[in-house]
Design a protein around this ligand. Structure first.
Ligand code: FAD
Ligand code: NAP
Length: 541
């Protein structure tokens, strides 16, 4: 068979943190790689989410690549939690530094990926009419990239400016003198609202569910801090890789219920000062024991009451429907204090739901709110949405969406039985969003690249998860989740934010370090749980 220009060793879909590193790594192996990205540039999440106030909630020094030590030493993060603009600048820099853009067709959406059993190759088609084939199909399409704009009556009739936080325009939005409505109080809404309130005439927040949010404690990084981090980066990364969440933070050695109240308060004070979502990790039993969780919840709720001047408003801002941390705790800057401003109004949709969106604004059961700008901070069809928007077909024309109709089924989050030589990066069944996603992406790509080395050195053409291994992994993911409080919340982790989506806890919650060990053991055992060229793996092949 002759090789054509349109035949590649690997196709990589997506130019976010995962896809960029995959292109780098595969090219290092001498592979011919074709990348596709629907956006005009690289950056993924950080390309699309340009809303005011957008920042990372994992510290910048950890939320950055580790594979290029020179880059790690040369790059200088300016703030503890970098802005979207700074992170995008960093990813643009990485793309230039390693010439990664040249692998990609931008403004090109992959519409289908079909496995050709006879040829043992994937045929990938795009919305620009291009078709290529590749031995490996790498889906780096993101777990928080398929935006969700809820089907509220009249949604598209609003005559003013309307934006989704996850598809924010490149041009600055001018809020001066404007009446702005924000629907949604997850991380995106909570980050954006204080910044918009500073600039706008009026802000109306439409809140369906209040969320736990903890001040970031953001600050500029001094030269001394950076010098120390850079001198100890290798150790910092080592600790991160064996940790539960991919950062060098570990909880108190004892459970919240094993220490007295004074010690508990001291620990919560300490983690409150550290700031942000890390608060989930103060005590090891916080996410498994309701009693332990209640102590964390009560601590944070008292803080909210301190920050909000109007006690009635404060009560409406305190969640009453989920244990703290079972929805991602938001990392904010001045969120609760924003409600002390005269130009900010909270509309509690639990009391008065939105009945419709009109040309002039939003109508609830009780009132009409005239607006100039309406912002949807309504989140994503998380974990599976970007995959289900592609027609992916494996052996016998089996559709991935059909295979996943009761919830995503993967082996290690990486592979799906019936879909040979296809790998998903940072997706469902992996620690994914429960870990620092930069190290998550590196771990996945490194594992896949080693797997390719193994196949090539043993002259094996295809690798495919076995059905049994996928079943066992799904059971393991479910068992791990069932041992925690997470399934009790109506979160996007559970698919609960999308009507009709199966209610399954999608990430693997056994810890990033444990997951790394499991993946390494699978490889060391000759890719246990995979079929190689159609035969069950053994330690000899
Ligand atoms: P993405 O960055 O989502 O990239 C996927 C890319 O694939 C996108 O550019 C998309 O356009 C493209 N794509 C999708 N489908 C197709 C298709 N069919 N054809 C072509 N292209 C396609 N995680 C953390 O660990 N720490 C944080 O602080 C953090 N902050 C976040 C803040 C926000 C606002 C959001 C939304 C998420 C945040 N996350 C954070 C999670 C974040 O998504 C990951 O950290 C990381 O950026 C994901 O990288 P990725 O490459 O896997 O996916
Ligand atoms: P989200 O957490 O899913 O929040 C969406 C919000 O929109 C919720 O308050 C939801 O209310 C509301 N909503 C949805 N449909 C609605 C409807 N029909 N009517 C009224 N309200 C509706 O989405 P997100 O804020 O974009 O965050 C998603 C994830 O991205 C985060 O959890 C985090 O992992 C990541 N992120 C991180 C950062 C960061 O700090 N680095 C920033 C942004 C995002 P209900 O809760 O009632 O459904």
């Amino acid at each position: 068979m002759t090789t054509q220009d349109s035949d590649f060793d690997a196709v990589v879909v997506g130019a976010g943190i995962s896809g960029l590193y995959a292109v780098y790594k595969f090219r290092q192996r001498g592979m011919r790689v074709q990348g596709f990205e629907s956006a005009e540039g690289v950056g993924g999440t950080w390309y699309h989410n340009r809303y005011p106030g957008a920042r990372c909630d994992v510290e910048s020094i950890d939320y950055s690549y580790s594979f290029d030590d020179q880059l790690q030493q040369e790059w200088t993060w300016t703030e503890r939690f970098a802005t979207q603009e700074e992170i995008l600048r960093y990813l643009d820099h990485v793309a230039d530094r390693h010439d990664l853009r040249s692998a990609y067709d931008f403004l090109t959406r992959v519409t289908s990926a079909v496995y050709d059993e006879k040829a043992g190759r994937w045929t990938v088609t795009t919305d620009t009419g291009k078709t290529i084939t590749a031995r490996f199909c790498i889906l780096a399409t993101g777990v928080l990239s398929a935006t969700n704009k809820p089907d509220i009556p009249g949604r598209d009739t609003f005559a003013g400016e309307s934006y989704h936080t996850g598809e924010w325009p490149h041009e600055p939005v001018d809020f001066a003198g404007k009446r702005v409505g924000v629907i949604g109080t997850g991380s995106s809404g909570i980050q954006a609202i204080p910044v918009i309130a500073e600039a706008a005439d009026q802000v109306v927040v439409f809140q369906r569910s209040p969320n736990y949010s903890i001040p970031a404690g953001n600050r500029r990084l001094t030269d001394d801090v950076l010098a120390e981090v850079k001198a100890n980066y290798a150790e910092r990364r080592r600790l991160s890789r064996i940790s539960g969440g991919g950062t060098p933070n570990s909880p108190h050695p004892k459970g919240a219920m094993e220490v007295d109240e004074a010690e508990r308060t001291r620990v919560y004070d300490e983690w409150w000062q550290r700031g942000g979502y890390l608060f989930t990790k103060a005590f090891p039993d916080q996410m498994v024991s309701k009693a332990a969780n209640d102590t964390a919840r009560v601590y944070v709720e008292a803080k909210i009451r301190e920050m909000v001047a109007d006690p009635e408003v404060a009560e409406q801002l305190i969640p009453d429907d989920h244990p703290i941390g079972t929805k991602r705790i938001v990392t904010d800057t001045g969120y609760f204090q924003t409600y002390n401003r005269d130009n900010v109004t909270l509309v509690n949709l639990r009391r008065t739901p939105i009945t419709e969106i009109t040309a002039s604004g939003v109508r609830t059961g009780e009132a009409s709110y005239d607006l100039d700008i309406l912002i949807f901070a309504t989140g994503f069809d998380a974990m599976t949405g970007s995959l289900s928007r592609i027609d992916i077909r494996g052996r016998d024309g089996r559709a991935l969406t059909a295979e996943w109709s009761a919830g995503p089924r993967t082996y290690l989050g990486l592979a799906v039985d019936g879909f040979p030589n296809m790998f998903i990066l940072s997706g469902p069944g992996s620690p994914s969003v429960l870990a620092n996603m930069v190290l998550m992406a590196e771990q996945h790509v490194d594992w896949v690249a080693s797997c390719m080395d193994h196949l090539d050195s043993h002259e094996i053409a295809t690798i495919e998860a076995t059905r049994e291994a996928a079943d066992d992994w799904v059971a393991e993911c479910n068992a791990k989740a069932a041992g925690t409080l997470f399934p009790t919340a109506n979160s996007w982790y559970m698919g609960a934010n999308i009507p009709g989506k199966p209610r399954v806890f999608m990430p693997y919650i056994g810890g990033f370090g444990n997951y790394n060990t499991i993946c390494a053991e699978v490889a060391a055992a000759g890719y246990k749980g995979f079929a190689l060229d159609g035969r069950a793996a053994s330690a000899d092949n």
